[in-house]
Design a protein around this ligand. Structure first.
Ligand SMILES: Nc1ncnc2c1ncn2[C@@H]1O[C@H](COP(=O)(O)OP(=O)(O)OP(=O)(O)O)[C@@H](O)[C@H]1O
Length: 211
């Protein structure tokens, strides 16, 4: 389980964005998180992705307390959690091919490709020709497909999807959500953040609505 207890998180001294939040992601289950703009959904997603350190409270990953965030997160914990953001163009190195983008976590953690890249790029519908292109030569939807493949390439036990589909069309949304649902069915615990209630109803097992 990936859980957080009593989280207090903020960016500036004084008023926290999250104050006393508890959340649990269970293996094989998808938790939807909805709520108005600026209520702190992305802030919670960033903490659970180990990208933002809370002011106080605890984060626990499969029974182990998380003691470091960002570059201080131990590799074994960091690689257990995949993350997909809203804006794929802000999340990739613009000079890399899509193939290099998808492979980057394998390279960084010195792991071999045992066929997972081909499996995932096929699942997200990226052809060899698209994989050879660079981000400025593909659409947002095609780039987001690469970002989801990248998030799954280390076979994470948890996946954080922060507004994953808000920049893409309906058919890409359906394809991405179908793939995330299939990895959840194999045991991955998922947080799905979205402002789209209807999408979360169809996607998640449970939906939490803030304020
Ligand atoms: N890096 C930052 N520095 C300062 N304040 C920030 C930062 N990131 C977010 N905030 C503030 O924290 C609050 C919560 O933002 P957050 O992005 O978590 O909300 P959200 O619910 O995901 O919103 P949206 O649905 O619009 O994406 C907002 O008031 C926002 O302005």
């Amino acid at each position: 389980m990936l859980s957080a207890k009593d989280l207090v998180v903020g960016y500036r001294r004084g008023r926290p964005v999250l104050d006393g939040v508890d959340v649990e992601l269970h293996p094989g289950a998808t938790l939807g998180l909805a709520g108005p703009s600026a209520c702190g959904k992305s802030t919670l997603a960033a903490v659970l992705a180990l990208l933002l350190e809370p002011w106080s409270g605890s984060v626990t990953l499969d029974g182990q307390p998380v003691r470091g965030f960002r570059h201080r997160a131990p590799a074994t914990q960091r690689t257990a959690i995949g993350v997909v953001f809203q804006q794929p163009r802000l999340a990739v190195e613009p000079r890399w091919t899509l193939d290099a983008v998808v492979r980057a976590p394998l390279v960084a953690s010195r792991r071999r490709d045992d066929g997972i890249v081909a499996e995932l790029t096929e699942a997200v519908g990226l052809t060899r020709e698209l994989l050879a292109r660079r981000p400025h030569e593909v659409s947002d939807g095609q780039l987001q497909r690469a970002c989801l493949a990248r998030a799954l390439v280390l076979r994470p036990r948890y996946l954080i999807c922060d507004e994953m589909t808000s920049m893409v069309d309906a058919s890409t949304t359906a394809l991405l959500v179908r793939l995330v649902r299939s990895v959840a069915a194999e045991g991955t615990g998922v947080l799905a953040v979205s402002h789209d209630d209807a999408l979360l109803e169809a996607w998640a097992d449970d939906v939490v609505r803030w304020r």
